[in-house]
Design a binder for this molecule. Structure first.
Ligand code: MG
Length: 262
């Protein structure tokens, strides 16, 4: 099932996508309440919209995004880093979230190097603390595409990643949440201005999705709607104002954003 948030005629709805149609939910608030999804108590309205005639929004508004550094072998190699023995985590603020087709604002007042990082995002369905890997699936609502936009020059300069990863608009998410997916074996790709720059299968992850859920929830409680960004494969690169960046994940879809001056 594909779950989305969308806007039409100035109103925001939760929706269920079926082929090229999107059915607004007349009951059940998705927002910040992913629990509603798992219990499937969204009531589907009868009059769908054409998917092409609505503005898709970020499918979820997480209270926090926990992101994983160096989770693909080839990406560790391209930055000349050792394979980590345990996941390296950092956070991106809720205020960095944008949706499909929204603009990534280039913070040229501070940074000269802003990179895309295509990633598989895990959306949490219910409050999760000390979840074992074997039970991780019970806490996952679904999956979507994510771009862990990074001011690479600031990442190198700061000890903490907060500034490099935390600018407004640095967390494009979407286009929808796919609830049926094998996260450990899908192709993830990034296209800069239509040119393929990243292409890997998620089976190359050092720590798979279930292990990441176990690790992160052994540190902090994840709330419904929270997102784990599972790390980027090799091939990251810089973007400039005017560029279009697309993250494409097999079985989910495509997340496109443009880069603009702040
Ligand atoms: Mg990343």
């Amino acid at each position: 099932m594909r779950l989305a948030r969308f806007e039409v005629d100035g109103k925001v709805f939760s929706g269920i996508i079926e082929e090229e149609k999107i059915f607004p939910c007349i009951e059940g608030d998705v927002l910040g309440c992913a629990q509603a999804y798992t219990e499937l108590n969204l009531t589907k309205g009868e009059n769908p919209y054409d998917l092409n005639n609505v503005k898709l929004l970020s499918p979820v508004l997480p209270s926090k995004i926990v992101a994983i550094g160096l989770n693909y072998r080839a990406h560790a190699a391209e930055f000349d880093k050792e394979i980590p023995e345990e996941p390296m985590i950092f956070m991106k603020p809720s205020t960095s979230v944008i949706g499909p087709n929204d603009e990534i604002k280039y913070p040229s007042h501070m940074s000269r190097r802003v990179d895309f990082e295509g990633e598989l995002a895990v959306v949490i369905s219910k409050s999760a603390k000390d979840v074992k890997a074997e039970a991780a699936g019970e806490y996952i609502l679904g999956y979507t595409c994510f771009n862990d936009v990074t001011a690479r020059d600031l990442q190198g300069r700061d000890v903490q990643y907060i500034r490099a990863k935390g600018f407004d608009t640095f967390a494009p998410i979407g286009p929808w949440i796919e609830t049926e997916l094998d996260p450990d074996n899908v192709r993830i790709e990034a296209f800069l201005n239509g040119e393929k720059r990243q292409s890997t299968v998620t089976s190359d992850m050092i720590f798979n999705v279930a292990k990441l859920v176990e690790f992160v929830t052994s540190v902090m409680t994840l709330l419904p709607g929270d997102v784990i960004a599972t790390g980027t494969p090799s091939g990251v690169g810089k973007m400039k104002p005017g560029n279009e960046i697309e993250i494409r994940i097999e079985g989910i879809g495509s997340l496109k954003n443009t880069v603009a001056e702040r």
